[in-house]
Design a protein around this ligand. Structure first.
Ligand code: IDC
Length: 400
């Protein structure tokens, strides 16, 4: 279990490079979705150091900048071997921030400080089974300075329903891999078609019972119970949430849970509604956040105004956005995306871009063919949207 060991200062990063961690190999040459062949290894592996701090506002500010990057061959000197596999590596997002909690309309770290988590969403795990692995997650952490990965487990379209045991094992392995790297994970139950999550309640209960049992005492797991409800009322979403959340909370009582909103997680806007239906009738559990999704070439200033207003009343999390139209393809609109990310930064709303994949659509952050290899670092493997979001996550200030 990857528990945070408390608040680690940025300048301590590098002191314990080369720790032994329990790693679960996944996505290594797995040819078809649903047939994961995780290999567990307890052999020490080198953990590279981080270039800078994780979640904005989360790390204690250093009094001195990190000075050295430990060589890849550095041996651990101070780490207690028996305990190390249970700890997030020093300086990583989970080590720095620990267990998260919803505080008012924000997300707070274990020290009670408001933080904005910045990360990436996978594409459908069944569509790109090889793109999320230790190498790509290592690049997200080390080379992008990302705080988390969202694992999109489609219910349909060749996803979970076709092989519940296999896909659940795959997700569990990836949660372990992310935890060993000190990354947070959003486990996304990706409902899309059909849009009424009540059509998938039994599958969701089983999935979340298994996943939350496997990771009950970890600090790094966030649960997203319904990606984009559509064609369903807020009452219908509440009905589903009231059945699924207790399943998760039975195993992991303090976990943060993200709830999809009406109209493809538009806070109801796509259906001609807005956030007031949620404010008037919120989910009746603690540590809940509501998701809002945008695709920057389709959604502009009018929706930003609603999000700015809703952010004063509801804990929001942008668990998915794109730089293109809602088709996930076509030209990128980086001007609109800039405006969105500035709004999210101003309100400390966490975000994940769709997607960690190497397909033909413009949402793919990696160039075609990247996921067949092991090299995910630098600009060279990235598409236009990939270069853009890496820069935004790295700086957090709008430069690119
Ligand atoms: C898209 C994928 C595309 C896939 C389609 C249907 O990019 O390859 O064929 O889903 O599975 C969403 C959804 C997300 C969509 C994405 C882009 O959450 O699954 O991915 N999008 O269309 N909501 C708005 C946009």
């Amino acid at each position: 279990m990857y528990r945070a060991r408390g608040r680690i200062r940025r300048w301590q990063i590098g002191a314990v490079a080369g720790v032994a961690v329990l790693t679960v190999g996944v996505g290594l040459g797995v040819a078809s979705a649903g047939e994961p062949t995780p290999t567990v290894s307890s052999s020490p592996r080198q953990d590279t150091t981080l270039p800078s701090a994780p979640a904005e506002g989360g790390a204690a500010e250093p009094t001195t900048a990190p000075t050295t990057v430990a060589p890849a061959t550095a041996a651990p000197t101070t780490a207690p071997p028996a305990e190390e596999p249970e700890e997030a590596p020093n300086g990583t997002p989970v080590a720095v921030n620990g267990r998260l909690e919803v505080c008012g309309v924000h997300l707070c770290n274990a020290a009670g400080k408001q933080i904005q988590l910045r990360g990436m969403s996978s594409h459908g795990i069944q569509f790109f089974p090889n793109c999320v692995n230790r190498d790509s997650l290592g690049a997200l952490r080390n080379d992008w300075n990302a705080d988390f990965i969202r694992l999109s487990m489609y219910a349909q379209e060749g996803g979970l329903e076709t092989d519940p045991a296999g896909f659940t094992a795959k997700i569990n392995g990836l949660v372990e891999t992310a935890g060993a790297l000190g990354l947070y994970v959003i486990v996304d139950f990706h409902v899309l078609t059909p849009g009424d999550p009540n059509a998938n309640t039994a599958l969701a209960k089983r999935f979340f019972a298994d996943v939350s049992a496997a990771h009950a005492d970890k600090d790094n797991v966030i649960y997203e119970i319904a990606n984009e409800p559509n064609g369903v009322s807020w009452d219908g979403i509440l009905n589903y949430a009231n059945q699924v959340i207790p399943v998760i909370r039975k195993n992991s009582p303090d976990s943060v849970v993200l709830v999809g909103t009406r109209g493809f997680s538009s806070l109801g806007l796509t259906d001609g509604s807005d956030e007031t239906e949620i404010v008037d009738d919120p989910v009746g559990f603690a540590n809940i956040m509501y998701t809002f999704h945008f695709y920057a070439a389709s959604h502009g200033a009018d929706r930003r105004a609603v999000v700015a207003r809703a952010a004063t009343k509801l804990p929001l999390f942008v668990s998915e956005f794109g730089t293109q139209t809602f088709t996930g393809d076509g030209g990128n609109d980086f001007t609109s995306t800039d405006a969105w990310l500035d709004l999210l930064k101003a309100n400390k709303i966490g975000y994940a871009m769709w997607s960690v994949s190497d397909g033909r659509e413009t949402n793919s952050a990696f160039r075609q063919g990247t996921c067949a290899g092991t090299d995910y670092e630098g600009d060279g493997v990235l598409t236009d949207s990939g270069r853009y979001i890496r820069s935004r996550i790295l700086t957090g200030i709008g430069a690119r």
